[in-house]
Design a protein around this ligand. Structure first.
Ligand code: CP
Ligand code: NVA
Length: 311
């Protein structure tokens, strides 16, 4: 989202396809130059400080941002939600404006998406969504990068999602509309994607289909994707487990996809719940590349936030 001259990265739905493509290309180019003398040209954060706010736990998001910012010549400052009591100790409007006086960009992980949007509205520096209950755009940038490394251009291809309809799925829906690939979603009817999300996809002309049959969703697909059955902030653990058991990615389900299909999961995985050991440890699994690509894709995002993408 561009707000005046500010470049926030809040949701993939706010971007045109070519902008997402240029961010992905920048991330890929920076990846290729990493640890070579040519990496000097990528120090686009030289002298800049980026604040990372975490109201929720994280391994990948924290480390990939910290290392990525350092590689680009900048410095990161991590603060936890507990320390700043965002929206409680003072108005979000005040925190956002004060932080903007110290930092050059702010990455936030918090459950409440509306609070993130409010923060971005008042911030005077770029704000990046590091996961909310509603979406996880940095994750899906890394996922698309991983798909394309293994399978070639994603446009026109088929991605199947099986499991819960959560934040990561919402960003997949946004990406499908913007990067023109088919997305088949299998969830139990009780945990189906929000009608507004699917209505948005239809309005944007996206090829998004929903079903309650995981085998129908993965049939011939180029990638099979799943995620935790219980996301951060979710209740009803037992009910979710019971409903989602038939959506587990196991060898039988993966076999129904294309012979060379890849398996993706944003991690952390709950082994032998949403995915079996056999699948996540198989040659078809791309989960470690996917985790690594958080680092590279987010460098593209950071470069875009500072209008530093050079073709
Ligand atoms: N995939 C992901 O965002 O991982 P973390 O929660 O560990 O950051
Ligand atoms: N859907 C998961 C993703 C974790 C990275 C969650 O929100 O907990």
């Amino acid at each position: 989202m561009t707000q005046g001259s500010l470049r926030h990265f809040l949701d993939l739905s706010e971007f045109q396809g070519p902008t997402l493509r240029s961010i992905l290309d920048a991330g890929k180019a920076i990846k290729t130059r990493r640890r070579t003398p040519a990496a000097k040209q990528d120090r686009v954060l030289d002298g800049k400080a980026v604040v990372l706010i975490f109201e929720q736990p994280s391994l990948r998001t924290r480390m990939s941002f910290e290392v990525g910012i350092r590689d680009l010549g900048g410095e990161s400052i991590m603060v936890t939600g507990k320390e700043i009591e965002l929206g409680e100790r003072e108005a979000i409007k005040d925190t956002a404006r004060v932080m903007s006086r110290y930092a050059d960009a702010i990455m936030i992980r918090m459950l409440d998406h509306a609070k993130l949007v409010e923060f971005a509205k008042w911030a005077e520096v770029p704000v990046i969504n590091g996961l909310t209950k509603t979406s996880h755009p940095c994750q899906v940038m890394a996922d698309v990068m991983t798909f394309e490394e293994r399978k070639g251009p994603i446009t026109g291809r088929t991605v199947a999602w099986t499991g819960d309809s959560n934040n990561v799925l919402a960003s997949w829906v946004h990406a499908s509309a913007r990067l023109d690939f088919n997305l088949r979603i299998a969830t139990p009817p009780e945990l189906a994607p929000k009608p507004e999300l699917i209505a948005w996809a239809k309005k944007e002309g996206a090829s998004v289909e929903t079903t309650s049959d995981p085998f129908a969703a993965v049939d011939g697909a180029d990638a099979v994707v799943t995620d935790a059955w219980v996301s951060m902030g979710d209740g009803e653990k037992e009910r979710r487990h019971n409903l989602l058991q038939p959506y587990q990615v196991n060898a039988k389900l993966l076999k129904a996809a294309h012979r060379d299909a890849i398996f993706l999961h944003c991690l952390p995985a709950h082994r032998n719940e949403e995915v079996t050991d056999e699948v996540i440890d198989s040659p078809q699994s791309a989960v470690l590349d996917e985790a690594e690509n958080r680092l590279h894709a987010q460098k593209g995002v950071l470069a875009w936030c500072f209008d530093a993408i050079r073709a």
